[in-house]
Design a protein around this ligand. Sequence first.
Ligand SMILES: *Cc1c(COP(=O)(O)O)cnc(C)c1O
Length: 415
Amino acid sequence: MMQMPEKGQDWPAIRKRLSERGAEDAKWRDGKTAVYVFNAGEDVEHVQQAAYTAFMSENGLGPLAFPSLAQMEKEVIAMALGLLHGPDGATGAMTSGGTDSITMAMKTARDFARSKGRVKETANIVLPQSAHLAFDKAAHLMDIEVRRVPLKDDGSFEADPAAMGKALDADTVMMVGSAPNFPHGIIDPIEALAEVARKEDIWLHVDACVGGYFAPFARMNGEPVPPFDFDVPGVQSMSADLHKYGYAAKGASTVLFRSEELYSFMPFDFAGWSGAPMKTPTLAGTRPGGAISSAWAVMNYLGVEGYRGLQGRVCETRRRVEEGVKALGFEIVGTPMLGLVAFRHPELHAFALYGEIYRRGWFTSVTKEPPSLHLMLSPKHADVIEDYLSDLEAACAAVRSGEAGKKKAVEARYS
Ligand SMILES: *Cc1c(COP(=O)(O)O)cnc(C)c1O
């Protein structure tokens, strides 16, 4: 068992140990990782890092002490709302990540519903089967019931607004659509969901964790992105992660609300303890200044032009993947438009293929329903995608020949 060393070591020795520690990690800088990391190139990484360390010790909990961070957060939220059609009065906050943003949006929606005299029994939320498990985690924390509704059965892999409408009742505090969902990369029909939500007077949350900083630029580039944000009446809140396709350092997301009134149900304001009264907007007490400054810096570094260029490259790469895998006999799951793509083979099992592709040095992921291979593409993948496709061809051959089955199974899961 590791014990704390009696005497400290000097930094050069520790630095050496740190770089040794990374030896077995995924080689994401080579572009062979299509999950967990968003690789926009060395220049962006440099900005992330330098901007993070510039405010690493400062604390977003103290806006009076650090007006710099308060102002940067305000500007990040303003830029977010500008991209996502926030109306006058829309507002929001930075959080530590998508799970945090979703948790806070659910808490806010629940407290809003309570203020309107709804929720006599256990509160519930209604979401498509493809929505992120962060909703279940938050529901578990808050004793909220989760009603997952099957997707449309027309092969679109979209949420089914009519079926979701049937799952609503007087205790429903939130309905959810994704833009896009993680398992298939498909944007749910947000306008149709909003129509149902408005009719029943239910809060609609759009989970744009992985698409919020992608879809607006894809649309500017001419991709046929349907309305999915505050442009759609009835969308009350959104989650959008900066540490995904915003290319910010990790620990940065945004949770956004249509109005100040809705937002006002989020902060926790408390004086009933020995310490000073404290009002915090999100789950965190201490908030890492670096996550704020890094996101702010990357947004300003790239600007609209920079993001358009990067997201255009990702869309181009996704099209090359689609063509390449179709040529190998795969079919694409639904019609993805952004940086995520899932594809399945009519004969070869996805999990066996995943194992083979993993053995060839690729860190990717899988989707369970339906069993398919899953890629979350970064700008860097433009350089290596032909290598991926030839390794996938070899993986198919290995699985076909039965050779793959003889090796130790590689379990595809996040843990
Ligand atoms: C990544 C993701 C989340 C969760 O975000 P974390 O930052 O990993 O907590 C939620 N929803 C979707 C659609 C996502 O892609």
